[in-house]
Design a protein around this ligand. Structure first.
Ligand SMILES: [Zn+2]
Length: 158
């Protein structure tokens, strides 16, 4: 899982066409899935707010390391180009920037253009990758959702 470090930006190339979005809890510097209080969600039981995060298989430049990039709801909502490209993102280069020195400063996404001139490795199964990462046997189907226009205010805790 890749989050932009404090005060820095990371350059990436999307390997999948679509962002996989879930409600997640943020603690210990990582995102964890929210299963909903009905499903005995640990985060909810501890009173933590769940927020939407999007996950996108990507290549991290310049090393071309394969990463699962984590995109905050605020970054998604404020990047209209990312929203309009969602569904055909593969091959687009983008930058995630943390706008401030703090580890939890808001993140901005900038689409920097299509990537030309080299074949890209295939994407992978985001659900399976998240299940491995989160050490769970399944993800409820309802876990995937788009951030809604009339939902909570943009997340500033990226
Ligand atoms: Zn929860």
């Amino acid at each position: 899982m890749l989050y932009p470090p404090a005060g820095q930006g990371v350059n990436l190339v999307a390997l999948d066409n679509s962002i996989f979005g879930t409600d997640s809890h943020w603690y210990d510097g990582r995102a964890f899935p929210c299963f909903g209080i009905d499903l005995d969600c640990e985060g909810c039981k501890h009173g933590q707010v769940a927020r939407w995060y999007g996950y996108l298989p990507s290549l991290w430049l310049p090393s071309k390391t394969k990463v699962l990039a984590c995109i905050s709801e605020g970054a998604f909502r404020e990047c209209l180009k990312l929203q309009s490209l969602n569904g055909s993102l593969r091959g687009w280069q983008y930058r995630l920037e943390r706008m401030g020195q703090g580890k939890t400063a808001p993140v901005r996404c900038v689409i920097t253009g299509p990537r030309h001139g080299e074949p890209l490795p295939p994407s992978w199964d985001i659900r399976a990758a998240l299940m491995t990462l989160w050490r769970v046997d399944s993800l409820p189907k309802s876990l995937q959702r788009e951030p809604s226009a009339d939902g909570p205010p943009p997340d500033r805790q990226a």
